[in-house]
Design a protein around this ligand. Sequence first.
Ligand SMILES: Cc1ncc(COP(=O)(O)O)c(C=O)c1O
Length: 443
Amino acid sequence: MTLALDRTESLTCHDVPAVVGADLQVPLVNGEQIGYANLDHAASAPCLAAVRDAIDEFLPYYASVHRGAGFASQVSTKVYERTREVLRRFVDARQSDTVIFTRNTTDSFNLLARSLPKHTSVVVFDTEHHAALLPWKGPNVRRIRTPRTRLEAVSAVDSALAECPAGPRLVVLTGASNVTGELLPVKEIAAVARKHGARIALDAAQLAPHRRVSVRDLDVDYVALSGHKLYAPFGAGALIGRADWLRAAEPYLAGGGATKVVTESAVVWNSGPERHEAGSPNTVGVYALGVACEKLAQSWDDVAAHEADLLDRLHRGLAAVPGLSELRLFDAAVDRVSTVSFALDGFTPGWLAAVLSAEYGIGVRDGAFCAHVATKRLLREAGSGAGQAVRVSLGLGTTTEHVDRLVLALRQIVARGARWTYAEQDGRWAPVDDPRELPSFLR
Ligand SMILES: Cc1ncc(COP(=O)(O)O)c(C=O)c1O
């Protein structure tokens, strides 16, 4: 099979940071090789080349942090502690905010959930990613249905907060939906939250890789984010925000590093961010996260223009695919990041994703994207009973050729189906007798 596309590099006119793997070749089931079209940035973004280079430079100095007297330990400690300031700047946090390193957004929200004062009321849209939906427990958690306009979303939070009992209140909200890419009215909801004396926790997992986030401008209290979605896939994330609840909470993990003094009968815990960072920290991951944040912060205009062009191209292409319905919480005019989920009439999402991979070298995500309520509801509203969708997410590693290849592939599949046989096994679709070999380091 020959794709009617230019397989060589396709250029975009914006000067965006380079990613590792931009030249990756992957096998097709017909024996050919093709440049990998990674259209799954929203799940995990590729590593920035600048991050890889910085880690290479740092690794000879990598050593224990906080506890070592050696020179390399001091360098490592400096790298780790300095990155708190980098993160604070990246999200334009208040000087008094604490920066706690975690594994990812899920970890950050679980930490925050454990740190809430007793009887805190929590208001959260039911369409949130499970990481933002599930950590809150108890009778004071109110899950509200996401309305169909941003304006109604603001008043839905207003009403929910008005019904909360007296006491501390928290609204948990994503900046950008991981299903539809649409931006939520964070600033407006934060203003309503203030009126009710509530705090706001922003899930920036999908927003921060695409847009500048300002804690001060949005007037939010906490921000959670993940390094692997921010082009720094080394296992670190962060929770940034008001220190008081976190300082008063039981340590997230009990162990070394979180303590000031331990005696035979007592323990005095640290009151700073270390309180919740027991155990040897992920210094490499933290450094990678900081470098990625610094690099993105230097490039926002180009990043935004690059992604807006690609998203526009994708939308125009998908509009010409018969039977395709894009999932949306709000109307089409709402600002969004470069993530699009859709259903395609008559095609199973898992099967489609397998064909795109095996015959076109394209990586997309299929399923309900850890936002089951949102995905299933939007699919029902789009007239699809499948319960699953395909998600295409663009980012710094995406080229116009990737987008064009996807659109052409979908049109070809709709017109004439697949050229290989596929079977479902353990819930995943895959080519039957898949001839594609794994890379040699896995063989
Ligand atoms: C909006 C949103 N929030 C939270 C998460 C959880 O992120 P992580 O898996 O890095 O903890 C994701 C991951 O896809 C997400 O898209």
